[in-house]
Design a protein around this ligand. Structure first.
Ligand SMILES: Cc1ncc(COP(=O)(O)O)c(C=O)c1O
Length: 475
């Protein structure tokens, strides 16, 4: 290495320790500086990805660099291209912030570097994840014996669950699931019209194919009668994907009715609840997911509503044995503890970081009361945003705001698009543009625990300024 301070075969233990310390202290300095400004700096980045590429060495230098200098160089180069995703006024996509305990625990996870695939070699992180899993099932009101896997996100959680579902319905129809979909009966895969793209992707990847779309109402709820009719079509292996929390409207399917109908038809019911499943944790909002516990599998995220750092999704399957049968990995060199599932039996990855540890830390810091306040707070902020937007002449809220999503529109699509662009450029807030029910919208997804009354007011003021700037008036 360039100045001889790199970690090599000849580096002494003390020199190595010094390098970790100095590199981590540099990372700590940059991280704290970032966190100190993230609430008040413009939400948008100042540079685009091409601009940041220009700030990084084009060719891999021949000479290495001291670890502390690497961290400094990285932080300096990246700085203008960072989006303040942790800002209480960041509403893009569905992105949570990061609680301090979860972030700090995530640092420990990196320092510990435990490949949390199997229980035996990594007892500490496997145990912490098991406790976190138990707490999650309790909070979400799901069957306590369910299998839980810590996946990278809701997409891979959806995929994991659908792979388990695929095998289960094949077995149910006397097909050897080990051969996958080869030579087996055709599986019907049904989902509501407003199914999230990650479920569609999971269908493609799992061999189920894209789902057959079942009619949904204007908010995006699956039409239970249409589902009933679709299920009556044939009695082959069937999987139904329902949704807790639509990405545009935030709406929830009628789980009680849909699960009953699907189970009457011997279908497997999966629920994509990337952010919406968390309504179950709140006594005030639990009615939105009534009956969801009757499903067979559920996918959710901790990096959205629970505000842990990326990346952390959760795959949950009622029948733990079915989960292990489909996702479990076995090889002579892999240790197994008899009769106890290993972490890699519940996710697609064999090797992975202990991403459930920050979940434990967030839950431990919040306690049950804190989780309830978090979920209620996000929904209240969304309601307050919608009220504020409705008071701005020329703007309307298109969805029924039942949870955390608000779709804002002006009278015509061009004006709505201009408002979205103005907001993202001005920097007080960041919200993504989309098309919903044939209209251009600016989507506000409230997912950050810091979105309080002040953040809501600043957001509404920014939208009012933007509406005036782009010439939105009452028509
Ligand atoms: C309803 C729904 N399902 C699935 C996903 C995918 O989640 P992830 O990005 O964590 O993979 C999202 C993301 O916003 C979502 O809103």
């Amino acid at each position: 290495m360039g100045d001889g301070t790199g970690i090599g075969a000849t580096a002494s233990a003390t020199a190595v320790e010094g390098q970790y310390r100095r590199a981590l202290e540099a990372a700590h300095r940059h991280a704290v500086a970032w966190l100190d400004e993230v609430r008040d700096r413009p939400v948008r980045p100042d540079a685009d990805a091409d601009g940041i590429v220009q700030r990084l060495p084009e060719q891999l230098p021949d000479e290495g660099l001291d670890p502390e200098a690497v961290v400094d160089e990285l932080a300096e180069a990246a700085r203008p291209g960072l989006m303040a995703m942790g800002s209480p006024r960041f509403y893009g996509f569905v992105i949570g912030g990061t609680y301090p305990a979860a972030l700090a625990a995530d640092w420990l996870v990196s320092a510990w570097d435990q490949n949390t695939g199997s229980r035996q070699p990594t007892p500490a992180t496997a145990a912490v994840e098991e406790v976190a899993a138990r707490w999650l099932l309790d909070l979400l009101g799901l069957p306590p014996d369910s299998g839980v896997g810590f996946a990278t996100g809701a997409t891979s959680a959806n995929l994991s669950c659908l792979v388990v579902a695929r095998d289960a319905v094949l077995r149910q129809h006397r097909h050897d699931a080990r051969t996958g979909v080869q030579g087996g009966p055709r599986i019907r895969f049904l989902a509501g019209e407003s199914v999230h793209t990650s479920v569609v992707l999971s269908g493609r990847v799992s061999g189920l194919g894209i789902p057959i779309k079942v009619r949904a109402n204007r908010q995006g709820n699956i039409d239970v009668r249409a589902l009933d009719e679709a299920l009556a079509d044939d009695d082959g292996p069937t999987i139904v994907a329902l949704q807790a929390g639509d990405v545009h409207s935030g709406t929830f399917d009628d789980f009680r009715a849909a699960v009953e109908i699907a189970h009457d038809a011997d279908a497997w019911v999966h629920v994509d609840g990337a952010f919406g499943l968390w309504a179950a944790a709140s006594p005030r909002l639990r009615h939105l997911v009534e009956g969801v516990e009757g499903a067979d599998s559920w996918a959710t995220d901790a990096h959205k509503t629970l505000n842990v750092p990326y990346d952390c999704g959760v795959a949950i399957v009622r029948d733990e044995a079915a989960m292990s049968a489909s996702l479990g990995a076995h090889a002579e060199y892999l240790p197994e503890v008899a009769n106890v599932a290993d972490p890699y039996d519940h996710v697609l990855e064999l090797s992975r970081r202990a991403r459930g540890v920050p979940v434990w830390a967030a839950l431990r810091a919040l306690g049950r009361g804190g989780v309830i306040a978090l979920v209620d707070g996000l929904a209240e902020a969304a309601g307050a945003l919608a009220d504020g937007f409705r008071s701005i002449p020329g703007l309307e809220v298109l969805n029924d705001v039942v949870f955390t999503q608000v779709c804002l529109a002006a009278g015509d699509d061009a004006a709505t698009a201009a408002l979205g662009e103005w907001l993202r450029a001005e920097g007080t807030v960041w919200a993504s543009s989309s098309t919903w029910r044939g209209r251009t919208v600016v989507r506000f997804a409230v997912s950050n625990y810091g979105t309080d009354a002040e953040a809501v007011q600043r957001t509404v003021d920014a939208v009012a300024r933007g509406a005036a700037e782009v010439g939105i008036r009452v028509r």
